[in-house]
Design a protein around this ligand. Structure first.
Ligand code: GDP
Ligand code: ZN
Length: 309
């Protein structure tokens, strides 16, 4: 037919049946400078394609045609209103969990993001933004949180978009990887992204498309290139990653210091509540795991029985 030769590409956005593909030179080239973006169709037998997918495509007369998708090394999935998992982004390397002195940081919320990150098999960075607002009233809390996560082996960094403290360290951490920024509203995700990606402005109107039912708004993720070489995948939906439904087994497994203990309780179906011979309780009594993390885990587990939102 009249299609051109096979070329490599990266899905940078997805609007219904139309997929925006950035041209790449090689399969492993993530496109550190912006390549040509071509609107492509894809064949249904390829399954679902999402932002971050690496594809093989062929140039057509008006649009391109995607002919193959490369295997994903990670995929962000969220349950749809019917409980089915829907993939919303692919090939993410880094999850940046953002918190700040204001709004007040909650260890349990950070733990939720961590569980979701661990379930993906990714390593998070815990980023405390607004370091310029650390003072006597919140210093102890931030120190406590920093110790809580650093002692588990997580990377923790304090930054400020205002004073630009440690923004270079953040840039170095992002490297050539593909990152997403998550965290509660008001912690400074937009500000951070703006300081890393000058001229960036999330066009919510452009990214939102109402579903037929009109009650839920789905948003398509978009991939952007940092001038320093890394990439960002962002959408209003992705920023809420971690607050979606999780399975109880993922929650326990997402508390990394509990992992070596799982499977060592006396009862196979131990709920780690008041059962005798519970390995988690033994570790708790021996001071090997913290009461605060244990309580946080239970809080998340209990919330799964009462899904809302
Ligand atoms: P988002 O909801 O996570 O995207 O947060 P925004 O980026 O919209 O920021 C929320 C508020 O925090 C805005 O008023 C920002 O100006 C402010 N902000 C962001 N970063 C900093 C910072 O480093 N220091 C201070 N003092 N304020 C900041
Ligand atoms: Zn147990």
């Amino acid at each position: 037919d009249s299609l051109g030769p096979e070329e490599f590409g990266l899905v940078v956005a997805h609007y219904g049946k139309r997929i925006e593909v950035e041209s790449l030179n090689q399969a492993d080239d993530a496109g550190s400078t912006e390549g040509e973006v071509i609107s492509c169709h894809f064949r249904a037998n390829l399954g679902s394609l999402v932002t971050g997918d690496k594809v093989v495509w062929r140039r057509g007369k008006d649009a391109g045609v995607i002919v193959a998708v490369q295997p994903r090394h990670s995929q962000l999935q969220r349950p749809d209103p019917y409980g089915d998992l829907k993939t919303i982004a692919a090939n993410i390397d880094r999850i940046i969990i953002v918190a700040a002195p204001y709004p007040e940081p909650h260890a349990n919320l950070i733990d939720r993001y961590l569980v979701a990150t661990e379930a993906l098999g990714l390593t998070p960075l815990i980023l405390f933004n607004k370091s310029d607002r650390i003072d006597a009233s919140n210093q102890a809390k931030l120190d406590w949180l920093t110790e809580r996560y650093a002692s588990l082996g997580y990377d923790v960094l304090k930054v400020s978009t205002k004073t630009r403290e440690n923004i270079e360290q953040l840039t170095a951490y992002l490297g050539n990887y593909t990152s997403v920024f998550v965290g509660q509203s008001g912690v400074g995700k937009s500000s951070l992204i703006n300081s890393l990606l000058p001229g960036y402005e999330i066009k919510v109107g452009e990214l939102s498309e109402a579903t037929q039912k009109g009650t839920h708004t789905t948003t398509t993720a978009h991939l952007y290139h940092f001038p320093s070489g890394g990439h960002l995948i962002d959408s209003p939906g992705i920023r809420e990653f971690g607050l979606w439904h999780m399975e109880p087994a993922d929650v326990l497994d997402g508390f990394i210091e509990f992992r070596p203990l799982l499977g060592y309780c006396k009862f196979r179906d131990c709920k780690h509540d008041r059962e005798p011979g519970c390995a988690l309780h033994k570790a708790l009594e021996a001071g090997e795991i913290s009461q605060s993390r244990f309580d946080s885990c239970n809080m998340i587990l209990n919330s799964l029985d009462h899904p809302h939102g």
